[in-house]
Design a binder for this molecule. Structure first.
Ligand code: SAM
Length: 291
């Protein structure tokens, strides 16, 4: 396994994933009751965009940097940017980019828990450092898919599972996600699940969408962002989030964010977005269709 998220931190895919994550956690934390936040693929937790890995790819320049410079942002994107900026506010870590575990930690309350799975030694060590002294967090150095059987259902009986794999296995990763989701949903059907997926060629994603339509889950919302047409297997042309059991009105919250993101990321001419109910839910949000 070679994947290191430090090379990609803050790129356009993180902008979409983390905007959706913030919206999900805002909705979940509206109720006082405790919740569990579970990540199957946690990463290092914190990244330095001034560091050697980020400097090699500079992917953040076409991602979070553009969004940070924008004069006006839709509320959901502004909320995410505020959380990124909070980590830089004391001036000691101007290049900090928070990974999903740290973003979640900034939104969760003392009564909530974070259960974080990661297999890479370097990422695990960084994660341990990022969460040193946070009694809410438990780190699991193990395969995140397999860990779900042990971690679900959480004792809180409410929560969010984020599945954000590196997709080194390409199509096989989709099949691994499907197997893990089916088993997880049997153990914890009331849970909320969010799955990140890459879009290179559209036809690689179609079988996953077909599976989601037929797997018996009552509500599945898709949020997709494209920088370019999905017609090349060589580049990451876009990405999506599949959200199972989404909170009420998430589609409305995300509609303005998705509409603005291609333009904010400099892809107004070539890119696009899609917000669609694959399964269930009420009438589509204004201007959006069913996929
Ligand atoms: C895309 S990164 C995660 C980024 C993180 N979720 C974020 O948004 O900040 C994927 C991570 O999964 C880890 N990983 C790969 N296979 C895994 C597995 N089977 N179980 C747990 N972690 C795994 C990699 O080491 C890598 O750190």
């Amino acid at each position: 396994m070679n994947y290191r998220h430090a090379f990609h931190a803050g790129n356009f895919a993180d902008v979409l994933k983390h905007t959706v994550l913030v919206a999900l956690l805002r909705a979940l934390t509206r109720k006082e009751a405790p919740l569990a936040y579970i990540e199957t693929h946690a990463g290092a937790g914190r990244y330095d965009l001034a560091g050697a890995e980020a400097a090699k790819t500079r992917e953040h320049e076409a991602g979070i940097d553009r969004v940070l410079q924008a004069p006006r942002l839709p509320p959901a994107v502004g909320d995410y940017v505020g959380i990124v900026a909070a980590g830089r506010a004391d001036g000691r870590s101007p290049g900090e980019y928070p990974g999903s575990p740290l973003i979640a930690a900034r939104l969760l309350r003392p009564q909530d828990r974070l259960l974080l799975c990661e297999v890479d030694d370097t990422a695990c060590a960084a994660l341990r450092l990022a969460f040193a002294g946070d009694p809410r967090a438990a780190l699991h150095r193990r395969d995140g898919y397999a860990a779900l059987a042990a971690l679900l259902p959480p004792r809180e009986r409410r929560g969010l599972v984020l599945i954000d794999p590196p997709f080194e296995a390409q199509d096989a990763e989709f099949r691994a996600i499907e197997a893990a989701l089916a088993a997880a949903f049997r153990r914890f059907p009331q849970g909320m699940y969010a799955v990140w997926y890459p879009i290179k060629l559209r036809r690689h994603v179609t079988p996953f969408h077909r599976w989601l339509r037929g797997c018996g889950m009552p509500e599945v919302l898709l949020a997709e962002l494209l920088l370019r047409p999905a017609d090349s297997a060589r580049t990451l042309n876009g990405c999506g989030m599949a959200i199972i059991n989404p909170p009420w009105q998430l589609d409305r919250t995300l509609a303005a964010a998705l509409a603005a993101l291609p333009g904010l990321l400099g892809a107004a001419g070539s890119g696009g977005q899609r917000l669609a109910w694959l399964v269930g839910a009420a009438a589509p949000a204004p201007g959006q269709g069913r996929g």
